[in-house]
Design a protein around this ligand. Sequence first.
Ligand code: SAM
Length: 263
Amino acid sequence: MKEHKARKRFGQNFLQDTRIIADIVNAVRPQPGDTVIEIGPGLAAITEPLARKLDRLHVVEIDRDIIARLKNLSFADKLVIHEGDVLQFDFRSVPGRKKIVGNLPYNISTPLLFRLSEVADEVAEMHFMLQKEVVERMVAEPKTNDYGRLGVMLQYFFEMEHLIDVPPESFDPAPKVDSAVVRMIPLPGRIGVAQDFEHFAKLVKQAFHQRRKTIRNNLKELAGDEDLQAVGINPQDRAEHIAPELYVKLSNYLAGKSLSVKA
Ligand code: SAM
């Protein structure tokens, strides 16, 4: 088969560093009967060592040329190939508690992470290669520059660990940015349980709407000073100073209040 030319529009930066590949596979700890889904197998850098340790491996890939190559691999009989856009993929169609892994196309990583949150209840753990800057935002703590909506929303669902830093030269072609591998383990209730998840998500989005403004200002349509104070938030504070738990608490407080008004 002729050489594959990396496609920019599909975020194709292929891993070529065998040490990093081994580190990712070791982090995943694949066991023969595991249900594993790899997003974007590409030229099979991670796919091959994973498949070697598994009975079966699900892969989701959008690039037709790559799919044709996957079908020709010596271990193709172990692969269940799902052709198409992972943003449309129904993860629930693969039964069982899933391990999900991928060197993700960076252009779709944020919407993909939000989509994966919706199926967190069926996930055992996930390992992803992402832009390092995104991983830093995912695991960020309050009172840091990286802390924001992405971190709060993902920390609601997952315990996350920044595992490995990966330099551009580990890929071909080399991306312009540094990368990192993150481990995500679902941990329901880790920052509390939102009674109305949609409301919580809306509140967090609004809270970080303008980072430089006070929480009072950003939330003026959703909460008054007395609401903020009732859950221990100083109205003059900025969103980035407020712990994830307090957003859940505030959402539940406001939801409870609106119920008592309706009653
Ligand atoms: N796993 C390979 C590796 O580590 O070398 C390839 C990683 S490359 C960064 C991203 C892969 O995701 C490519 O194979 C690309 O074709 C695929 N891809 C890009 N966008 C996708 C999408 N929306 N749905 C499914 N796969 C996608």
